[in-house]
Design a protein around this ligand. Structure first.
Ligand code: ADP
Ligand code: MG
Length: 464
């Protein structure tokens, strides 16, 4: 019928706008490298902040003692403790708890309210420290704070929040030192603890990855949001005016989520989602690749199909109009539905949108839309990985050298969405060629960000 033809036109048009041929990915990569150089050259020189982490030496494996971490950056936060055994002994013991953050605190007006909530959970966790964890008598407990928002650091344990991302928006916290905010909340709570490292989740993941594997030189997060960090030569950071570190290296938090380029394939659905977001115009790369947004893009396409092509019948099912009602885990489940009649799709569409009259033909279109969105995201993230490899000179095999490059990967999207992960890998293979691709390892480092922060707290302990 005419309506079906119209629906197919809409899907085809969306597919074309989201297409990511290799030539375009190379343009994205070229543009990203230009921005990386600009961001390293001067503060505010680029959409890529290329933030200096103050981590100039990565874990060696000799770290020792009991350390805590607090990992804040998405809808949940985690608190954990690690007992590190010292050289050759690795992690002797670890425990964590995960707590979801009440949405009212994520977008409230009070920085104190958020930090008080976090510290209350942290204090409770510390109170449950068992005898299998050993503090050193006379020492304050130390904490690594993983804070996954753009922060300009002034030292390893201080830094001011530039802006919120990923659904957080507490205006008064912007411009403040987040370690001071956390420390004040600890004092209000009577909690005796010192924050010895402030790290982005990418930096934590890189550190945690390096602790486990000495070939780790970069980290990529694909979770609620997306970001990456890598080891840069300190001499290649013109905006760094401090003393050259002994290692000659500095970990850079790219804040790649804020990348933007005319080469990014964007559709009207993406632009509208951005316009309606808490941070319009920001984090465009993140908004087409990461877990917070992929489901929402699919919802917007389905909603348009319902409205313009009566895809779900003569009226638009009301649930289709609810922003963020369709999560990326549902996209992943539908996309990877292997039942012959797409039963998983049937159930998700019924449960989420209260639509129960889908035909197999319609369900195939829904899977196709999920595939278009996930494929674009995965291939654009591959272009980002290529940019890092090129910047580090690890996108070619050098005469006589045989190195392995390991990238620590973390985030629920990468961990759970198999087709996304495979698509990223295949695309990287395509971009690099088989010989180079074989020297690259993408290594899942589950919860590496918290572990890495605790280890960095150890290597930056005041008792060393
Ligand atoms: P954060 O990024 O907040 O630290 P995670 O790394 O746990 O948290 O990532 C959570 C994100 O991962 C969610 O926003 C969700 O979109 C995505 N995710 C979780 N499970 C799945 C899944 N099964 N399939 C696809 N994406 C998932
Ligand atoms: Mg995380």
């Amino acid at each position: 019928s005419g309506k079906w033809v119209k629906a197919m036109e809409i899907v085809k048009d969306f597919e074309i706008k989201c297409s990511t041929p290799i030539s375009r990915l190379r343009q994205v990569c070229d543009a990203m490298i230009v921005e990386m150089h600009a961001g390293l050259a001067s503060e505010g020189g680029s959409k890529l902040k290329m933030l200096i982490s103050y981590v100039d030496s990565l874990p060696t494996g000799k770290e020792k003692g009991l350390f805590y971490a607090l990992d804040l950056g998405g809808t949940n936060f985690r608190v954990l403790r690690l007992q590190l055994g010292g050289k050759g002994h690795g992690i002797l013991n670890q425990q964590f708890v995960e707590v979801s953050i009440p949405p009212s605190l994520m977008t409230g007006d009070s920085s104190d309210a958020l930090f008080d909530f976090i510290v209350a959970k942290l204090a409770k966790f510390i109170a449950q420290e068992g005898l299998d964890f050993k503090t050193t008598p006379g020492r304050q407990r130390e904490l690594g704070f993983t804070f996954s928002f753009p922060v300009v650091q002034t030292s390893i344990a201080s830094g001011t929040l530039l802006k919120w991302t990923k659904g957080f928006s507490i205006n008064e916290a912007v411009g403040r030192d987040v370690v001071a905010e956390l420390t004040k909340a600890m004092e209000r709570h009577g909690l005796d603890m010192r924050v010895s490292a402030l790290v982005n989740d990418t930096v934590g993941t890189l550190a945690g990855g390096r602790f486990a594997n000495k070939d780790v030189v970069a980290a990529v997060i694909l979770g609620t949001g997306s970001n990456a960090a890598y080891v840069e030569r300190a001499s290649a950071i013109p905006k760094w005016h401090g003393p050259l570190p002994r290692s000659g290296e500095m970990v850079i938090n790219m804040e790649w989520g804020n990348f933007k380029s005319a080469h990014l394939p964007l559709s009207e659905y993406d632009l509208e989602m951005d316009a309606d977001s808490l941070n319009p115009g920001d984090q465009i790369y993140e908004k087409v690749m990461s877990g917070m947004y992929l489901g929402e893009i699919v919802r917007r396409v389905l909603s348009w199909l319902a409205q313009e092509a009566a895809f779900f019948g003569d009226t638009v099912p009301p649930k289709l109009k609810v922003p963020f009602i369709l999560g990326t885990p549902a996209i992943s489940a539908m996309h990877q539905d292997t039942t012959p009649d797409l039963k998983v799709v049937t159930n998700h569409i019924k449960d989420i949108f209260e639509i129960s009259n889908t035909s197999l033909k319609m369900r195939k279109v829904i899977v196709q839309i999920c595939s278009i969105v996930a494929t674009r995201g995965a291939r654009l993230s591959a272009a980002g990985v290529l940019s890092i490899l090129r910047k580090m000179g690890r996108d070619t095999i050098k005469e006589g050298e045989k190195h392995r490059t390991v990238i620590a990967m973390d985030g629920g999207l990468y961990e759970h969405y198999t087709k996304y992960r495979k698509c990223l890998e295949n695309c990287l293979n395509e971009l690099l060629g088989k010989d180079v691709f074989e020297t690259i390892v993408l290594e899942l480092s589950s919860d590496g960000s918290g572990i890495g922060a605790a280890i960095l707290a150890a290597s930056h302990s005041k008792y060393l």
